[in-house]
Write a protein that binds this ligand. Sequence first.
Ligand code: ZN
Ligand code: ZN
Length: 421
Amino acid sequence: MLASEFSENLKKYADLIIHVGLNLGKGQRLAIINLSTAGVQLHAAPLVREITCSAFQAGAEDVEVFWGDEAINLLRYENASEKVIARYPSWQVKGIMDIIESGGAVLTIRSNNPDLLGNIDPDLLSKAQAAYWEAVNPILEKTGSNTVNWCVTSASSPDWAPRVFPLASPEEAYENLWQAIFQITRVDQPDPGAAWEAHIKELESRSQYLEAKQYAKFHYQAPGTDLTVGLPKGHLWGSARDLAKNGIDFVANLPTEEIFTLPHREQAEGIVRATLPLPYGGITIEDFSLTFENGRVVKVNAKKGEKVLQNLIDTDEGAARLGEAALVPHNSPIAQRGHLFYNPLIDENAACHLAIGKAYPFTLKGGDSLSKEEFAEHGGNNSLIHIDFMIGSNEMDIDGITEDGTVEPVMRDGLWAFDVY
Ligand code: ZN
Ligand code: ZN
């Protein structure tokens, strides 16, 4: 990639984030953050500057960047006391909440090193993670209920890229990862905005079809997977575009290939095997399966990271239950690349997935106006956490089962089994 081509793509990417992702409104403040690394990584600065430029051009009141650095995060883990490590910077939470409460938008830029904390004691990691979920919960409550327009996207990084392209030199890997990000976000297409409009429409028609069906259950089958998941009455299917409570249409994830709803918190039976590793909290959980009874995880099995996974599931009562069921066809542009990104934001768009933990209230009819207790009574799950894990492959079949027991194919061999026009 020539330097001029790179800066052109970076500018197109920044414009896409501002106009399609956030759809930033005139006079809005913008927070640029990454909660999971306690700040946006410094090496994302060229992108952050382009985004800031594009935001002001779109009429932003101000752009406020919360910087962080993984090298410093690691030094804290290695040197600070346990009490200090478990303390999330509360000033960041306050600063971000101030922007949200003023009606401002929130942009997350992820470029996490998936193996940063690979040598840290799993118990210490789990303690720090538990404190993290507690500390950032006010922000996740606001974005999770679409109070304001928000968006999560990625930037290449010298620490992350070699994990994705292990055979390339570090410089090549860094550049390859940028190129991959531009491809999967359609930035490399002549008119990224038009490409996104067409893509958003296709996802909307899929979610409208399934919403009209109101299946009572999904039955997932694949090697190592035989799982039945109930879908509560009045479940709504979401896709790329959403309407925030501040009246702005936005796309919460760039890229996004999924349509999603909420499972019934008490209705999951059987076993599900993850088809992709799960980077979580600075380590990678690999080769794992979960067994469910009455909606609850009763058994965890993992070749790598089992303790961290078990601790994650033990975070609170809802962490052992499902909060999201998402469908992604196996021919999505990300799946077709045929490699992992070690970034859940991207990898979740390569495969059908489930999430343990919190369900989004907007995926249930009237869910936004229910109390937590009422939401749970209707089958919605509450938890501090929300973690997606990938279960789809070209071997996955999914049936939709109607209230009267009729079985209809939803996916076959990982591909859509119904047409929409
Ligand atoms: Zn999802
Ligand atoms: Zn999710």
